[in-house]
Design a protein around this ligand. Structure first.
Ligand code: AMP
Ligand code: MG
Length: 518
C-alpha cells in the first residue's frame, strides 16, 4: 500500500498534449489547448466522511492516517508529483451544440499507478473554479456528492461499467444553490468526491477538436486513446475499429442500464465516456414503478429526451456526434455502417440480457414477442420493476386464475389494477409459464440466471434522500447501512429495503424528481 502523498503519480496526458500552463483560473475559451492547469482552491476544513476500502485496496492506496493526507482529498494539499489540471471538452446538450464546456469543477490531480501496473486518473469533483467554470463556482454540495459517491459504487457492485468513487469529504464551507431554479437560493454544506477511472475522456473531448478544426490535435488524441486504452487495436484500420468498439461498449452500457432500471438523466455528449463507462452522476434515478417515459431530471421534463425508454436511442444519437467528430480522420463510407451497426448490436445484447432476466435457455424470434409483451404489460401496469422481477423468480409453475396472478404480484403494485389490466397480466403470465415449460434447462438453473440478472437491492432515490437528511443532521446510520447494502445487490441480506417506494416519496422533491443544481 502506498500513501496518497507518495510520488506515485504520472502525468502522461498533460505531457503529451498542449495545455494552458498559466494557472490562471479566469473563465475563458482555450483554443489549441486540451487542458488547463488548475490548482484546487483550499477549503476551510477537510473532514473524511467516507472511504471505499475495496477500491483503495485495488489501487494500492492506504487509508489516510494524517490530516495532511486527508487534506489531499479536499484539495488542501498536493503530493509532489501531482500536476492538477482541468480537461477541455465540448458537447451537445439536450440535442443542441453547446460549444466549449470542460471540467468546470473537476480537477484531475494525477495518474495513479495501481499494483496491476494500470493507471487511474484521480479526480476531485467540487475542488474550486477552473477556466471552464463559466459563471459557476466550481463547488459541489453534500447532497449531490453523497449521490455520486454512493451510486457510482452501487453501479460497480451491480456489475455495470462505471467510474468509481474513492472518498467523500466535507469542506466546512457553505455553498449557495438554487435547488429548484425558482429564485429560492439557500446555503448547503459543501463536499468533494475523489473520483477514479482509467480515463474521464468523453465524446465531447473529440467533438471539441473537430469543431475547432484542430485536426492534428484530434488525430493525436485518437491515437493516444487507442494506444493507451485500446492497445489491441493496431495498424491501418485502427480508428474505425476503435469507433466500432465504442459503438459496442455504448450499446452494452445501454443494455445494462435497462437491465437494472437506471436512468442517467443527462445523457449529453459531454457525459458520454469513450470507455463505455457510466459517468457524471447528477439527477439520475433508478426506476421504482416501471415507466419507460420517466425522466428524473426536471430540466428534461419538456421533451423527456432522456427518459428511461429513450436511453438506447440517445446512445445511438450521441455516437452519431462522435462519428461526425471523426470525419477528418475516417471516410464517411466507413463511419456510417459502423454507426448503423449499433442497432443490431444493441438488440442482440438486449435480447440476450432479457433472456437471462426471464430465465430462458435461449431467445428465439418468438421469444422476442414474449419480451415485447413483458415491456408492454409492465409499461401499462407500472409495477415496481425490481420487486416484480424478484417475484417472477419465485413464480409457481401453475397459475389457475386472474385473481391468483394478481395476488401473487400484489406487493409489487402501486395501484389497483382495472379488469383489463388484470387480464393483461394474466395473459402475460400464462404465455410466460408456457415458455418456461419449454426450457431445456432446469428450473433451478433458470432461477439462478434470474437471480444473477435481477438486482434485489437498488439505491432508490428516497433512500438517498433520507440518508442525506440524516447526514446533514449528524446521523450517519442510514448512509452507512446503504454503503454496506450496495455491495450485495443480488442477495436478500438487506431485505429491510425490499419494499416499494413509500407514498410520501412519490411527489417529494429529491425523491422522484431532481434538478441539475448540485
Ligand atoms: P453536467 O451536465 O453536470 O455534467 O455539467 C455540465 C457542465 O457544467 C460541465 O462543464 C461542468 O463542469 C459544468 N458545471 C456544472 N456544475 C458546475 C459548478 N458548480 N461549477 C462549475 N462548473 C460546473
Ligand atoms: Mg458533465
Amino acid at each position: 500500500m502506498k500513501s496518497l502523498s507518495s510520488e506515485n503519480y504520472k502525468k502522461e496526458f498533460i505531457s503529451t498534449f498542449p495545455g494552458d500552463e498559466s494557472g490562471d483560473l479566469t473563465p475563458r475559451q482555450t483554443p489549441g489547448m486540451l487542458y488547463s492547469k488548475a490548482i484546487p482552491t483550499p477549503v476551510e476544513k477537510v473532514t473524511l466522511l467516507a472511504w471505499s476500502e475495496e477500491l483503495a485496496t485495488e489501487l494500492g492506496i492506504g487509508k489516510p492516517v494524517s490530516q495532511q493526507e486527508v487534506d489531499i482529498l479536499g484539495g488542501n494539499n498536493l503530493a509532489s508529483t501531482m500536476h492538477p489540471y482541468a480537461a477541455c471538452y465540448a458537447g451537445h446538450q439536450f440535442g443542441g451544440w453547446a460549444g466549449q464546456l470542460g471540467d468546470g469543477r473537476a480537477i484531475t490531480l494525477g495518474e495513479w499507478e495501481a499494483p496491476n501496473n494500470k493507471y487511474f486518473e484521480l479526480q476531485l469533483k467540487g475542488a474550486g473554479p477552473t477556466p471552464y467554470s463559466r459563471r459557476a463556482d466550481g463547488r459541489a454540495v453534500l447532497r449531490s456528492s453523497v449521490r455520486e459517491y454512493l451510486m457510482s459504487e452501487a453501479m460497480h457492485y451491480l456489475g455495470v461499467p462505471t467510474t468509481r468513487a474513492l472518498s467523500l469529504v466535507t469542506t466546512g464551507e457553505p455553498v449557495l444553490r438554487d435547488m429548484f431554479y425558482n429564485g429560492n437560493a439557500a446555503y448547503e454544506a459543501g463536499a468533494i468526491v475523489m473520483r477514479v477511472a482509467p480515463s474521464f475522456l468523453r465524446f465531447g473531448n473529440f467533438e471539441l477538436l473537430n469543431a475547432r478544426k484542430e485536426t492534428d490535435n484530434l488525430r493525436q488524441l485518437v491515437d493516444w486513446t487507442i494506444s493507451r486504452y485500446y492497445p489491441h487495436l493496431t495498424g491501418e484500420g485502427k480508428v474505425i475499429s476503435w469507433f466500432k468498439e465504442i459503438v459496442e461498449r455504448t450499446a452494452s452500457l445501454m443494455v445494462e442500464w435497462q437491465r437494472v432500471g437506471f436512468v442517467h438523466g443527462v445523457m449529453n455528449t459531454d457525459n458520454m465516456s469513450v470507455l463505455g463507462l457510466t459517468i457524471d452522476y447528477g439527477p439520475y434515478s433508478f426506476l421504482d414503478d416501471f415507466d419507460p417515459d420517466f425522466t428524473p431530471n426536471t430540466t428534461d421534463l419538456p421533451g423527456k429526451r432522456y427518459a428511461f425508454g429513450k436511453q438506447p436511442s440517445i446512445g445511438y444519437w450521441n455516437l452519431g456526434c462522435l462519428a461526425a467528430a471523426l470525419l477528418p480522420l475516417v471516410e464517411k463510407d466507413q463511419l456510417l455502417p459502423a454507426l448503423e451497426s449499433y442497432k443490431e448490436v444493441y438488440w442482440g445484447k438486449y435480447y440476450a440480457m432479457m433472456g437471462k432476466k426471464l430465465g430462458l435457455d435461449h431467445v428465439s424470434k418468438i421469444d422476442t414477442d414474449l419480451i415485447a409483451q413483458f415491456e408492454k404489460t409492465l409499461a401499462a401496469l407500472k409495477p415496481d420493476m425490481t420487486i416484480f422481477f424478484q417475484l417472477l423468480i419465485e413464480l409457481p409453475l401453475h397459475m389457475g386464475s386472474t385473481q391468483e396472478v394478481k395476488e401473487f404480484f400484489k406487493t409489487s403494485l402501486y395501484k389497483e389494477l382495472s379488469t383489463e389490466e388484470q387480464e393483461m397480466l394474466y395473459s402475460l403470465i400464462v404465455n410466460y409459464l408456457d415458455r418456461l415449460n419449454k426450457n431445456t434447462i432446469t428450473r433451478q438453473y433458470s432461477q439462478k440466471l434470474m437471480r444473477e440478472a435481477n438486482p434485489r437491492f437498488i439505491l432508490r432515490n428516497y433512500l438517498l434522500h433520507q440518508a442525506i437528511e440524516g447526514l446533514e443532521k449528524g446521523e450517519p446510520d442510514l448512509f452507512e447501512k446503504l454503503q454496506q447494502a450496495l455491495k450485495e445487490p443480488y442477495s436478500d441480506k438487506f431485505d429491510e429495503f425490499f419494499t416499494t417506494r413509500p407514498d410520501w416519496a412519490s411527489q417529494k422533491a429529491g425523491c422522484s424528481m431532481l434538478s441539475c443544481s448540485s
